[in-house]
Design a binder for this molecule. Structure first.
Ligand SMILES: *[C@@H]1O[C@H](CO)[C@@H](O)[C@H](O)[C@H]1NC(C)=O
Ligand SMILES: *[C@@H]1O[C@H](CO)[C@@H](O)[C@H](O)[C@H]1NC(C)=O
Ligand SMILES: *[C@@H]1O[C@H](CO)[C@@H](O)[C@H](O)[C@H]1NC(C)=O
Ligand SMILES: *[C@@H]1O[C@H](CO)[C@@H](O)[C@H](O)[C@H]1NC(C)=O
Ligand SMILES: *[C@@H]1O[C@H](CO)[C@@H](O)[C@H](O)[C@H]1NC(C)=O
Ligand SMILES: *[C@@H]1O[C@H](CO)[C@@H](O)[C@H](O)[C@H]1NC(C)=O
Length: 375
């Protein structure tokens, strides 16, 4: 009964989302996205040359699509709502990728700070911005030749397009492996300075519409709980690692301050701060109300309850460890889970988050009694 109510709730939200989407201006001709695995639509897989294993992709794309998910990501649902096609990854060279209505520079594992020798992704935010600048320069060059118009953005799309950002989670998550909470908190201004530098470069090259996602409650990810939550005193009432969520909140406060500063500096730009943390924290805390059965445990993993996560074997893979063969398999019903693989959200959770973003008023000054998802 509870889960049936949950489904009804989701359907209602979805209708709301379409109604609102129709009444607000979402008419961007193109979107350019920067980020990490939360919005990677195939970049890391193409760049590093690997195939994600099934059951990644199973709910929607069928074969794995390069997304760390059983289906669509938040960015996919947002593109749908804007009547734009799913974004192709910048480095995806096979399958005639069409970049006319945007391009995705986000790569799994990316940080805002420059990559180091041990980074998963060499494409830190600064590199992603450089890739965009190169993309833009090449497009302007090719437009002059008039041969590839069908595959590349028109010149004015760079000004009229939407620039989306979802990055920072890996800076914080990674820092905890070598720093304590105070040190992580102290590093946040440096991280955000690097972010600001990238945004300014984009503005200087004509970007005017910025849509900036804050970072989610990373202390609730099974990967983090498994590593940092073995001592129960480190966990909050939801079973999430308190220090990581504290760092995420502090990061978000300073990111919001930065967004306000940018609004002041660039009166001819639209800067929208999207409060992903609040939406995801509410989803995890009130999961059954939102139609889910498992708020934290990974759907695809190894080890069983309470986390079903083992950092030695990723979703879809099998390994022989200690003479024993272990496989990280998918659960039977991923839409009952918030978490997909210990680090990323399921398509069902992403759909819920996107519906919450889109159901809100896009006004930059929401009424005070509303949840301030968009500020
Ligand atoms: C900001 O957004 C509004 C509403 O979507 C739009 O009318 C306006 O042109 C945008 N401003 C810029 C600078 O693109
Ligand atoms: C859970 O839902 C209750 C009731 O709507 C709300 O007051 C609370 O803030 C929610 N929890 C979180 C963490 O958002
Ligand atoms: C192998 O298994 C034993 C017994 O479960 C355990 O004590 C040991 O740490 C394991 N070794 C490795 C490398 O995982
Ligand atoms: C999935 O469902 C099958 C059949 O109902 C059951 O045997 C199996 O244990 C389930 N697997 C998981 C991971 O829950
Ligand atoms: C899967 O889980 C969802 C959410 O709890 C539920 O609504 C649905 O009925 C489940 N599907 C199956 C086949 O059990
Ligand atoms: C959004 O908020 C503005 C100002 O508060 C209001 O005038 C408008 O009707 C709202 N739009 C929607 C779709 O809620």
């Amino acid at each position: 009964m509870a889960s049936e109510n949950g489904v009804c709730f989701q359907v209602v939200l979805f209708c709301m989302f379409f109604a609102v989407a129709n009444s607000i201006d979402l008419s961007y001709p193109a979107a350019f996205n920067f980020g990490d695995s939360n919005s990677d639509t195939g970049e890391l897989a193409a760049a590093l040359g690997f195939l994600l294993a099934p059951p990644n992709g199973q709910n929607y794309f069928k074969p794995p699509s390069g997304r760390f998910c059983d289906g669509r990501l938040i960015v996919d649902f947002l593109m749908d709502a804007m009547d734009l096609p799913f974004l192709n990854a910048y480095m995806d060279s096979v399958g005639l990728p069409n970049f006319q209505q945007g391009c995705n520079f986000a790569a799994g594992g990316s940080t805002i700070l420059p990559a180091t020798a041990t980074s998963i992704s060499p494409f830190g935010f600064g590199v992603q911005v450089s890739q965009f600048l190169r993309f833009r320069a090449r497009v302007l060059e090719l437009l002059a030749g008039k041969k590839l118009d069908k595959y590349i953005p028109a010149e004015d799309y760079f000004e009229k397009g939407l620039y989306m950002f979802d990055i920072g989670q890996n800076d914080l998550a990674g820092a905890f492996y070598s720093k304590n909470l105070d040190q992580v908190l102290a590093s946040i201004p440096t991280i955000l300075l690097e972010f600001e530098t990238g945004i300014k470069k984009l503005y200087d090259h004509g970007a005017r519409n910025f849509w900036i996602h804050n970072t989610g409650p990373l202390g609730c990810l099974p990967q983090v709980v498994a590593k940092f939550g073995t001592d129960p005193s480190k966990l909050d009432v939801l079973g999430c690692v308190s220090s990581h969520n504290q760092a995420a909140k502090t990061f978000n406060l300073q990111l919001q301050t930065l967004c306000n500063k940018l609004k002041g500096q660039y009166p001819d730009a639209n800067v929208t701060y999207v409060d992903i943390f609040t939406i995801k924290a509410d989803l995890i805390a009130n999961y059954s109300k939102h139609g889910f059965e498992q708020p934290i445990m990974a759907c695809c993993g190894y080890g069983g309850p309470p986390l079903n996560y083992d950092n030695r074997v990723s979703c879809g893979l099998t390994k022989i460890l200690n003479g024993t063969k272990i496989s990280a398999k998918g659960c039977n019903n991923s839409s009952a889970y918030v978490n997909w693989d210990g680090i990323h959200y399921t398509e069902a959770a992403n759909q819920y988050v996107a519906s919450q973003i889109l159901a809100e008023n896009y006004s930059n000054t929401p009424s005070p009694n509303k949840m301030p998802f968009l500020l």
